[in-house]
Design a protein around this ligand. Structure first.
Ligand SMILES: [Zn+2]
Length: 279
């Protein structure tokens, strides 16, 4: 150990890995102290003792040497929860990749905190445990939808599903929104939530899309219910598909907006550490 290096111990979830140089790996980590990027030197050598502990999606306890000029260096690693089921199964692996990518895209380096770590850790635990048979069980989709709601809350983008976010005569509409009936409501990512039928009809914005009352009801449940209750809901494939499309639209809109404007980083800093994810 060279002079001046300082060691720290942390738990971490490996959310991304890439090869570096001849034998090293650069790892993107979700830790309780925030998102970090570190390097594991020699991790691709067959003789590496660390390598087996540094798999994608694993939750690891590691000792890291701080480096003032480059990536911090992994000095020791021990897998606490390898999450092997997420790498050995295509379906689970696809879902695991999605949730870790969402973390990676919404959380900037050195941002985030213990609530985000806890959320990702629990979500990967659940993904490992949900029974996957011939077809993809609805519980997997419900889990991911619940994860999205909690992630968005923690990074300062909590969608409003309870009352209309539309604007009437320069003021927030604010009407309570129905979750029954057939009259289409709206989804407005720019205004951060759903629109009542009247505001939806009146809106000309190209990014506003229709949302059925039933889909709104499910989004609300995903935001509020603990996963253990959410997974018991009977939900039709059509409704799951509608909610997935709605969230894809919402998330994509914000990721693209924020890359352009940088507003996301400011919101993230404002929201940091002020909330806890409830499971
Ligand atoms: Zn309205």
């Amino acid at each position: 150990m060279a002079n001046g290096e300082r060691l720290y111990t942390t738990e971490a979830i490996i959310v991304r890995r890439r090869d570096q140089g001849e034998a090293d790996r650069v790892l993107t980590l979700c830790t309780p102290q925030g998102k970090r990027v570190v390097i594991a030197k020699g991790a691709r050598k067959p003789s590496s003792r660390k390598a087996g502990h540094l798999e994608l999606f694993a939750r690891v306890r590691m000792v890291v040497a701080r480096s003032p000029s480059s990536w911090d260096v992994v000095s020791q690693a021990e897998a606490l929860e390898p999450h092997a089921a997420l790498r050995g199964d295509l379906v689970r692996g696809t879902y695991a990749r999605y949730v870790t990518e969402l973390y990676d895209r919404f959380v900037a380096e050195d941002e985030g905190g213990p609530a985000l770590f806890d959320l990702l850790s629990r979500t990967l635990d659940y993904l490992s445990q949900v029974e996957v048979g011939e077809s993809v069980p609805p519980a997997l989709d419900l889990l991911v939808r619940a994860y999205e709601q909690r992630l968005l809350s923690l990074v300062g983008f909590r969608p409003e599903w309870g009352r209309c976010m539309g604007e009437r005569e320069g003021r927030l509409c604010g009407r309570p929104l129905p979750v029954r009936g057939k009259t289409p409501l709206g989804l407005d990512p720019e205004r951060g939530g759903a629109l009542c039928a009247e505001c939806f009809q009146a809106s000309a914005a190209q990014w506003v899309m229709p949302l059925s009352p039933a889909a709104l009801g499910l989004l609300r449940a995903c935001q509020r219910l603990p996963f253990a209750r959410l997974r018991e809901l009977r939900v039709s494939p059509a409704l799951l598909a509608e909610v997935e499309r709605a969230m894809h639209h919402y998330l994509t809109y914000h990721l693209e907006q924020d890359i352009r404007t940088g507003t996301f980083l400011r919101r993230l800093r404002g929201a940091r550490g002020s909330q806890k994810a409830e499971w």
